[in-house]
Ligand binder design. Structure first.
Ligand code: 2PG
Ligand code: MG
Length: 432
């Protein structure tokens, strides 16, 4: 009864209006699992590649081939498979496309299929997805600590500023609910400050305020002002988290801050960011150096790894082998986990496990192109990943994921919230 009866792909549209792939997996007993592939804008070169049609239509971003791959080879190969065996299902997908970047079937076709099977397996087991994930992977579920964007930037805001994500975390909150409340206050305080300056100009791709700043650092100053305006003492209940996404503005150890017309060496960028770590209550920093700048990442981690969380996103692209290598090199101390970077659920869980084995923290993350799909709220909770990054506090493709966590909280109980625990080894945790 738990055999796969059909797999159907269709074209749907993401939060940026781009086409993407949705997959329905139906079992012999009528159970239907559904998932949608997200899409990144600041992508790592080593992550699974979405298959796009190219050509003049839809700016080349069509997913006709990817959808055909779901309805053709993928559906044929998965027919009759046991939904309870996620590893076998994902191994089948990998057999169909053994290429390194998954550009034959398409990362978009694969991830939507893999997540849809996970949903079907949970429904088949009559469990909420988070519970199924926790049981299947033998993890203790917990509600994650959110990272929430206040200002967008980089590739998500027409490169108006160079740094990509200016975020807050509320590790001092005692419940997920409280994080949402505090975030609302800080988000709108930031909007008020921008409005007072005449700099309120809508939102960036993930719902953070559009970054009309004269320098990258002005965004940080404004974020601190917003935290204060919301009645909080920066560094106390509320702290700052950055995604530098440095691969977007530098290669070969040479970086250009376009907004400030400044060229920086790897060492200069480390010094600049180090200055920010001294001056602002930053507790976490993602991709501080480029994905090809191993020496820079190692040096950054040597200098600051004992006081801040250093997240590898483009640097490790949800790949277990790259996480292991980075752990050996001491090139970061936290992995961003994006299922579509890996291509399948199994590989994403392997990368998460590699991070745990290395003694790292981990953050389950959305992409800048998202949809109503809430899989990551469940994955983050079910795996007990500790942290969840979804984007900002506006636009439904973001809010749907925070709201899903609130529903999970009702099931799991408010004291399942991890609070500041994932930041125990940062200056914030050490000062508690
Ligand atoms: C990132 C993500 C999400 P994108 O860099 O962490 O913010 O961006 O999906 O564009 O890669
Ligand atoms: Mg990133």
């Amino acid at each position: 009864m738990s055999a796969i009866k059909s797999v159907t792909g269709r074209r749907v549209w993401d939060s940026r209006g781009n086409p993407t792939v949705e997959v329905d997996v139906v079992l012999e007993n009528g159970v239907l699992g559904r998932a949608i592939a997200p899409a990144g804008a600041s992508r790592g070169t080593r992550e699974a590649m979405d298959l796009r049609d190219g050509g003049p239509a839809l700016q080349g971003s069509g997913v006709g081939k990817a959808v055909s791959n779901v309805n053709g080879p993928i559906a044929a190969a998965l027919l009759g498979q046991d939904i309870r065996d996620q590893a076998e299902i994902d191994a089948t997908l990998l057999q169909l496309d053994p290429s390194k970047l998954k550009d034959k079937l398409g990362g978009n076709a694969m991830v939507a299929t893999s997540l849809a099977t996970l949903h079907a397996a949970a429904l088949n087991a009559q469990k909420p997805l988070w519970r199924h994930v926790a049981d299947h992977y033998a993890r203790a579920p917990s509600l994650p600590l959110p990272e929430i964007q206040i200002f967008g930037g980089g590739a998500h805001a027409g490169r108006r500023v160079d740094i990509q994500d200016f975020m807050i975390m509320v590790p001092g909150a005692s419940s997920f609910d409280e994080v949402m409340e505090v975030t609302n206050e800080v988000y709108f305080a930031a909007g008020d400050i921008m409005a007072q300056r005449g700099d309120l100009a809508g939102v960036a791709d993930e719902g953070g305020w559009w970054p009309l700043f004269r320098s990258n650092e002005e965004a940080l100053e404004t974020l601190v002002a917003a935290i204060e305006k919301a009645g909080e003492k920066p560094g106390d209940r509320v702290v700052i988290s950055l995604d530098v996404a440095a691969s977007e503005f530098g290669t070969d150890g040479s970086y250009t801050l376009a907004l400030e017309d400044r060229k920086l060496s790897s060492g200069d960028l480390i010094d600049l960011l180090g200055g920010w770590l001294d001056a602002y209550p930053i507790v976490s920093i993602e991709d501080p150096l480029g994905e090809d700048d191993t020496a820079g990442m190692i040096e950054f981690t040597r200098q600051f790894g004992d006081r801040v969380q250093i997240i590898g996103d483009d640097y490790v692209v949800t790949n277990a082998a790259l996480v292991q290598q980075a752990a050996q090199d001491n090139a970061c101390n936290c992995a961003l986990i994006k299922v579509n970077q890996a291509g399948t659920v199994t590989e994403a869980v392997e990368a998460f496990t590699a991070a745990q084995n290395a003694g790292w923290t981990a953050v389950v993350s959305a992409r800048s192109g998202e949809t109503e799909d809430v899989s990551i709220s469940h994955l983050s909770t079910g795996l007990g990943s500790g942290q969840l990054k979804v984007g900002s506090f506006q636009r439904s493709e973001r809010m749907v994921k925070w709201n899903e966590c609130l529903r999970i909280q009702d099931d799991l109980g408010a004291n399942a919230f991890v609070g500041g625990k994932p930041l125990a080894r940062t200056w914030w945790g050490k000062n508690r």
